[in-house]
Design a protein around this ligand. Sequence first.
Ligand code: MN
Ligand code: MN
Length: 462
Amino acid sequence: MSELRDKLLYKPKHGLDRVSEAEQAEMEAYSKAYMSFLDNGKTERDCVDTAIALAEAKGFAPYVPGMDLAPGKKVYVNNRGKGIMLAVIGKQPLSEGAHIGAAHTDAPRLDLKPNPLYEDTELAYFKTHHYGGIRKYQWVTVPLELHGVVVKADGETVKITIGDKPEDPQFIINDLLPHLGREQSKKPLGEAIPSESLNILIGTAPLKDDDGSDRVKLAVLAYLHDIYGITEEDFISAELEAVPAAKARELGFDRSLIGAYGHDDRVCAYAELHALLELDVPEKTAVCIFADKEEIGSEGVSGMMSEAFDYFMESMCRTQGVDLRTCYSKSFCLSADVTAAYDPNFPEVYEKRNSAYVNYGVGLCKYTGSGGKGGASDASAEVVGYVRNLLNANGVIWQMAELGKTDAGGGGTVAKFMAQRNIDTLDAGVPVLSMHAPYETVAKLDCYMTYRCMKAIFEDAR
Ligand code: MN
Ligand code: MN
């Protein structure tokens, strides 16, 4: 009877029981590299800069329309410093399609408002506007760093990164003390911390030898002017992002997990990038995308809805004398994005038979969306079958994943924007615990298997 059980029943096994010693060693090395990518990539802009440095070290060059695109050629397009597309030209022409990995490197955070700086009761603050879906109560009393750019009145762009070096100051949003929190504690979680109270404390020392008002605010401006040459009006044309200050760390006595800010979706972006950088001359042209703006709906010139991607692909197709739409119709895209990992602390929102589990490998999602699959691209059985068989043939540990119970909520990815282009697309990625929190948790095994999944797709000849 046990033979029949083995033959007929679907029983996924724990990933750590299935990896070889050699794979385990590779997984550890991969995890270290990924953690260093995270520490260098706290924002979408930082991720682009980091990707370019890694890619150029591997022989990638900026793409120039009309340039020679011989098999093995490695190029990238920097989309306004906020997104990046990299390609390794394959042996087969683009008329046979490309193998694409699409991840996003924007993450939930607190953006400074256009007029952020104010003083109240001799404390100086930045007003923020949160970006993406956050649970506001999680962002108070968490040390923050500031990353971004300011475009000054004279047009010069100043880059600001403060809080990530040990000698740097950091920033904080205060919360109420429990002693005085009786009324606040009665409020629902979603209402206890209103958006307009997410104000970052940035200074308390007043300007000396001044008897005017707002001396603390003025002292902060004087500091900013000294260091960066900026004035208050310059905040109008700035993108400054407050992000959690913690570094990526191994978690657990067994060190099987990685804690960090921004696993969603840098964990999949890095998997794609790492796999792409290892390619020599793939059969199909391999394309890796770091998209921006996914957390606010993939809008904007740097989001996946932007024609920046089509412009790049069409330009490469033209060089090869290929019609873009023919290329798309033969292409495959893995929409590489994280999914929710089953959390036994909150069993009420997960459907146990169809959840992704930590340490069970890359999670394939036939569909995302909410309710009756609303907003999902819902991949076909054929597309799921292709990936399932490819991963099995390459010894990649994978699992099937749904994002929680049907009635519990839902979410989307860039998959539907790739499918809209007539590209066969499947969602897949790393299961994450406490997704969108300032500090998210993933398992090393799942990170490594997502990389192995991308590698198998980039190297496949179909
Ligand atoms: Mn995501
Ligand atoms: Mn997300």
